[in-house]
Design a protein around this ligand. Structure first.
Ligand SMILES: NC(=O)c1ccc[n+]([C@@H]2O[C@H](COP(=O)([O-])OP(=O)(O)OC[C@H]3O[C@@H](n4cnc5c(N)ncnc54)[C@H](OP(=O)(O)O)[C@@H]3O)[C@@H](O)[C@H]2O)c1
Length: 234
């Protein structure tokens, strides 16, 4: 299994959760995690560099890849600010990382995933992918782009054994990324632990018991999943 954004936040929690469950898991990020759980390996990957993502995939060992969990994110500059104030550099970096880097990674890894009897892609999506969110235009555009790309991939492979899950948290989680964006005195007591999402990802990836149907889900704070009704026709 391959996890992006493995150095911190939800990605790190997912890496630990999957390793604890006995899966062989490869984490990728730009910064090496200070510690790695037993059973996990790590490689450097900068998703903002599409050519680097292609190069990374070409050097991956040929061992089977059963699942891809997309957790990496660039939230953009500072706090919320209107679209009119976003620099070209910010647009470029946020969309390149969250959307294009992940799109290249998914598309290049699809043949390997489809070589399995069952393959799973999990995207930690966001409410901003499906709802307007003032002051977060670059983040929203990047998340909506990846969300749409994965719906298309799911449709292209509807008859294959590929399950695509898009998980939209309905609550906030106290991750490194969000901590950096809040004042030092901010009270995070109402924010959940990233382990909540790791638990949900573990359930979705589980092949024991009844499989959760592929699709988009709203994740509740207690870890329960409510199907999200995406538009399927106009
Ligand atoms: N936290 C929340 O409340 C919340 C709510 C809804 C949805 N989400 C979604 O959950 C996911 C994880 O969010 P988070 O809050 O856990 O994020 P986070 O704490 O900011 O962690 C982001 C991860 O992405 C990696 N990353 C950033 N830029 C990268 C790049 N150019 N190339 C490769 N990796 C890069 C970071 O590692 P390096 O810096 O080492 O590269 C880090 O491991 C995101 O998709 C976010 O949209 C989060």
């Amino acid at each position: 299994m391959l996890v992006t954004g493995a150095s911190q936040g939800i990605g790190s929690a997912v890496l630990y959760g999957l390793a604890r469950a006995g899966h062989a898991v490869l984490g990728v990020s730009r910064t090496k995690p200070e510690q790695l759980p037993k059973g996990a390996t790590w490689r450097s990957l900068d998703l903002s560099n599409a050519a680097g993502v292609e190069e990374f995939v070409s050097t991956l060992e040929s061992s089977a890849l059963r699942a891809l969990v997309l957790c990496a994110v660039d939230y953009g500059e500072g706090g919320r600010h209107p679209a009119a104030g976003m620099s070209a550099k910010e647009w470029q970096r946020v969309v390149a990382t969250n959307c294009i880097g992940h799109c290249v990674l998914v598309s290049r890894l699809l043949p390997r995933l489809l070589a399995n009897a069952l393959a799973i892609v999990v995207n930690i999506s966001s409410d901003v992918a499906v709802l307007p969110s003032a002051g977060r235009a670059a983040y929203a555009a990047s998340k909506a782009g990846l969300h749409a790309m994965l719906r298309t991939v799911a449709a292209e492979h509807a008859s294959d054994c590929l399950r695509v899950y898009q998980l939209i948290p309905t609550f906030q989680l106290a991750t490194h990324g969000l901590r950096r964006r809040r004042p030092a005195s901010f009270d995070f007591s109402s924010y959940a632990d990233p382990a909540v999402m790791a638990e949900v990802v573990g359930q979705v990836l589980s092949t024991t018991g009844d499989a959760i149907a592929a699709g988009t889900y709203l994740v509740q704070r207690d870890g329960s999943l409510n199907p999200f009704a995406e538009a399927t026709q106009l």
